[in-house]
Design a protein around this ligand. Sequence first.
Ligand code: UDP
Length: 257
Amino acid sequence: MKCLSVLGYPVHVDSPQGLVQAMLAGLDKGEHQHVITLNPEMLMRGESDPIFASLLKSGDIVLPDGAGIVWALRHKGFPVTRVPGIEFSQKLLDRAASSGESVALIGASPEVNEAAQENLLAQYPGLKIAYAHHGFFQSVEERRSVAETCARMKPKYVFAALGVPGQELWIQEFKTLFTEPTIFVGVGGSFDIWSGLKRRAHPLFLKLNLEWLYRITSEPLRLKRVYKTLPMFVVKVLLEKVRPETKDEYPHAESNL
Ligand code: UDP
């Protein structure tokens, strides 16, 4: 697994299988694995919030999830391929279902969370859901008690769909409650898709790295988020100097990804 950088934020680049292997190696060392699904909005939030920046920089696996991250790396000469968090998570669900390891699903509305559980159980025979809870906590006490109960159930994989930065902060704050090495993934809107209440973009959009465009057109409120952050992200990337040695270290070859 190679670690590249966009504006000083790590991005791990490998085939999905290579990323899974790296994650398992970390678990074998007894370390929790926090998987971050990086996009330009998150990165720009880091630029104005040092605590969030250091959280992003300490991610064990940082996936090139956002099309803007892939663009930034390609601009620097690294022919990376997008690894959407939802697809990576589905690989983990596959592993969990076939190995008998359990998962937890934290986040989204109660209806979405329940529908996602039902669909995932139907889609991944053998999947064990150790714990599930919606993500609209009424108090800080509830936010913590959900984490405590989840930790007691000892899931191997915890999928947190609490939005950015809620999911990353929840994982960071509570991962030490988990006594066994655990994989945590901030999955954003994935439960909405798994519930069947929202659809992913047409495969052609996915192939062209235009899922973001589909999401903006189907949820116009997103435009405000993108408009606020994307232009500055592009300017910063264009002004960033590439360290030549970083480029040499990279094995390139898209087929490798
Ligand atoms: N969400 C939640 N609690 C909150 C805020 C959001 O559970 O306090 C859920 C929301 O219902 C959605 C997910 O978090 O299922 C975030 O989705 P979004 O599309 O904003 O994430 P993105 O993919 O853009 O990061």
